[in-house]
Write a protein of this length. Structure first.
Lengths: 169, 169
């Protein structure tokens, strides 16, 4: 009966294996940002679901983002070490960089290589919520530089600061 | 006239900046795989567009995949160092792992953490081409393990080999 017993053991083991499909409806929704006031206001309606984290990933983030009409994706910024990529699933966004503006509609995407000092963000100037995937590497020694405001986030501190290093909170 | 001159210089600079939106229609399509025969056959109709690379990314791959009816995404495999994530844009795929099968439809996604010895792949058992994003970190010291076949790809060699290390070609 060794074979039948082995079969039973295997069936039990199979049932205990994690199924890799992510149950998006049960991934927590996090609204807004961690920016110090007043910089969080334009981003306050943004909703993020950390799909990659929910699936056990640590080196790359894959976030499902819901950006209501009028909202910004973030303050305009660029990273020294982290790469970013966005893919629009529905709605329409306006991408702003030093190069100007570009519309991003469903099926459009954009990449932001590391250490290119050209800040980017997206604004939803449409009338419906835009949905997009926000993909990015995770680097502990990254510095995030903000193009338009007195904000800095680097590996030397756990929280945002002014560009001269002074704490906001 | 220093101010006007500065303004002109800045405008010229802006025009020369790269626009970050990716022109997907002009990203090369690569069909099939690099697997040695006969393992490439089930993957031979797969089409990949390397969107992340087209946008200058090196640490994370973001690939737009077209998988015709009957095609496999890959041979079933798992990585020691690289993380993977798939997000289905249209069509329907069947995801196969040690845990069994799961359907992945438009809006569904799955994550494959590194160093979890449970091989995965997807098969298009539907009647229309499935389109999905295949996202993954890039690690030079990664080993790719194949669950069902005598195939191995590790950092010690530039090409696939048998599991005992013998070369295929």
């Amino acid at each position: 009966m060794a074979i039948r017993h082995g079969g039973t053991m295997k069936a039990t083991f199979l049932l205990e294996q994690a199924m890799p499909k992510i149950d998006i409806a049960n991934v927590p929704e996090r609204q807004g940002s961690d920016y110090p006031a007043p910089y969080g206001q334009p981003v306050s309606a943004r909703i993020r679901q950390a799909l990659g984290r929910a699936g056990g990933l640590t080196d790359v983030g894959v976030n499902l983002m819901h950006l209501p009409a009028g909202s910004w994706s973030s303050q305009r910024h660029w990273h020294t070490r982290e790469e970013e990529f966005v893919y629009v699933l529905s709605g329409e966004l306006t991408l702003l960089t030093d190069a100007g503006e570009q519309p991003l509609r469903a099926g459009d995407c954009a990449a932001f290589p590391k250490n290119v000092p050209d800040g980017h963000h997206m604004i939803n100037r449409g009338e419906v919520t835009a949905v997009y995937l926000d993909i990015g590497t995770r680097c502990a020694d990254d510095t995030c530089n903000y193009s338009d405001i007195d904000l800095h986030l680097g590996p030397e501190a756990a929280d945002y600061s002014h560009k001269d290093g002074k704490a906001y909170r």
